[in-house]
Design a protein around this ligand. Structure first.
Ligand SMILES: NC(=O)c1ccc[n+]([C@@H]2O[C@H](COP(=O)([O-])OP(=O)(O)OC[C@H]3O[C@@H](n4cnc5c(N)ncnc54)[C@H](O)[C@@H]3O)[C@@H](O)[C@H]2O)c1
Length: 462
């Protein structure tokens, strides 16, 4: 099939490359010329394990192309996937300017192009893969129709891949969800996805509003699990219980399961925070307040502030937890050097959008600390936010040189078994604030660290 992916971000680039890898002819379109230049040089603009090799292989085979030329990209396509960003606007609602901008381009290209029927099989199918509020497909259809009188079909195909595991997730999906405006459209998309569900995983074809809703239901459920376990962890701290034991006891109940129930710094990334806000906003628009999700969002905000509050308390700053830092805390970390391990919002990606680390680094800077950071792949993106305000270490150990404390924000596998003796020697003070519960408390006590984690009593306090 001839496919055009609109947007070469984490979703468009991964899914387009995987479609090319099953023999389709794929054109990836982006309005960002720098990204397209990189891709045409054979470089990936994002870090995603395995992606660079797959891009090179499929480009070499002539199945994968990159362009900024809208007319060329849209003109030849049988199926167009809209994969542009849908960030939150000021009120929390999904900002649809990029989706509707792409719809306008598509309508214009269909009108001016060589004709809407590229093959005898079907008119062009426009698929919204971006995560969008229910009803957006209708708006996209209307926007395209404003610019062309030619026929086209519409579909919704929400994407469930996880950054860091994106290729495996896309090529081995738990399920594929397709909302289609006709049986013919649904059948064509089913055919496209069949190579990825050969083990028998389901392809669900449904109406478009339900498909749009599935994505929000799934993401807000996952966000709810994270806020839930964080709330329980906070109660554990208050009542001197240990969240590790509580998790074990709770998660062995098969009805509950053990996925996505790890306490930490709260969820981040480009999806959960904005999707929770968008769902709350969808509720407000129809006078159906999403009260549970409002609480999920609040718990998540508080979780970040609790972490800096622990640091404040340890260093003797006045209690309180506002991100900007009150007058009394402005200089509370003056002269202190704090190392931060992990910037990415999760391991396996260079994505730092809404990452808890970014909030923490800003809070540390606001308090006068000198911050030295290390991340396996996200340092470049971090430098775009903080520039020369912080120190970028070459590896995790050198980040610790002269540090008064270490704060851990991402559970990269490489942080799991560090050389604790070397760490202690490099640090001014053996003090760790672990936002991911990477280490056993007993082991930290044995190594002589003062160790704070989430939902567990601190270790090594006099
Ligand atoms: N990142 C994820 O893990 C993930 C997973 C599932 C779903 N989603 C959803 O997929 C969508 C895309 O997310 P992403 O993380 O890939 O976004 P992204 O910001 O990484 O990429 C979006 C790309 O679209 C391009 N773009 C914007 N307008 C365009 C236009 N008119 N024509 C061509 N290109 C245009 C941008 O330049 C950018 O490169 C969002 O709705 C997101 O919620 C993301």
């Amino acid at each position: 099939m001839r496919i055009t992916m609109v947007g070469t971000g984490y979703v468009g680039l991964v899914t387009g490359t995987c479609f090319a890898n099953t023999g389709n002819d794929v054109t990836c379109l982006d309005i960002d010329p720098a990204k397209i230049e990189m891709l045409n040089r054979g470089e990936s603009p994002i870090y995603e394990p395995g992606l660079s090799d797959l891009i090179k292989r499929n480009t070499k085979a002539g199945r994968l192309h990159f362009t900024t030329d809208k007319v060329a990209a849209y003109g030849g396509a049988e199926i167009i996937f809209i994969c542009v960003g849908t960030p939150p606007d000021e009120s929390g609602h999904a900002d649809l300017q990029y989706v509707l901008g792409a719809a306008k381009d598509i309508g214009t290209a269909i009108e001016e192009g060589p004709g809407n029927t590229v093959t005898a099989r079907t008119p062009k199918i426009i698929v919204v893969k971006s995560t969008v509020p229910v009803g957006t497909n209708r708006r996209v259809r209307d926007e395209i129709a404003r610019h062309t009188s030619k026929a086209f079909s519409m579909a919704s195909n929400p994407e469930f891949l996880k950054e860091g595991d994106a290729i495996h997730d896309f090529t081995h999906p738990d399920r594929v969800v397709i909302g289609a405006d006709s049986k013919q459209t649904g059948d064509m998309l089913r055919e496209l996805y069949e190579p990825f569900v050969r083990q028998g995983n389901p392809i669900f074809v449904m109406d478009i509003p339900s498909a749009e809703m599935v994505k929000y239901a799934a993401n807000t459920m996952l966000a709810t699990k994270i806020s839930f376990i964080n709330e329980i962890a906070n109660l554990c701290e208050a009542y001197n219980a240990d969240i590790d034991e509580v998790r074990r006891g709770m998660c062995s109940d098969k009805r509950i399961g053990n996925q996505f129930l790890y306490p930490g710094l709260g969820y981040g990334g480009s999806c959960f925070p904005k999707d929770v806000l968008a769902c709350i906003s969808m509720g407000q628009q129809v006078d159906q307040p999403a009260k549970l999700l409002e609480a999920v969002d609040q718990v998540n905000q508080v979780q970040r502030d609790r972490f800096i509050a622990k640091i404040d308390k340890h260093f003797g700053a006045a209690p309180g937890s506002d991100a900007a830092g009150s007058e009394s805390k402005t200089a509370s970390l003056n002269g202190k050097r704090i190392a931060v391990w992990g910037i990415a919002f999760k391991p396996g990606t260079d994505d730092i959008r809404e990452a808890p680390s970014i909030t923490l680094i800003q809070q540390l800077i606001d308090r006068g600390a000198k911050v030295a950071v290390f991340d396996q792949v996200a340092l470049e993106n971090c430098a775009k936010v903080f520039g020369a305000d912080i120190i970028y270490a070459e590896d995790e150990l050198s980040a610790l040189d002269g540090a008064d404390a270490l704060a851990i924000c991402t559970n990269w596998g490489e942080f799991l078994h560090p050389d604790f003796d070397d760490m202690k020697q490099r640090m001014n003070t053996p003090l760790i604030f672990d936002g991911r519960n990477l280490y056993r408390r007993e082991s930290m006590a044995e190594h002589g660290f003062v160790y704070y984690s989430v939902g567990r009593a601190p270790v090594g306090m006099k």
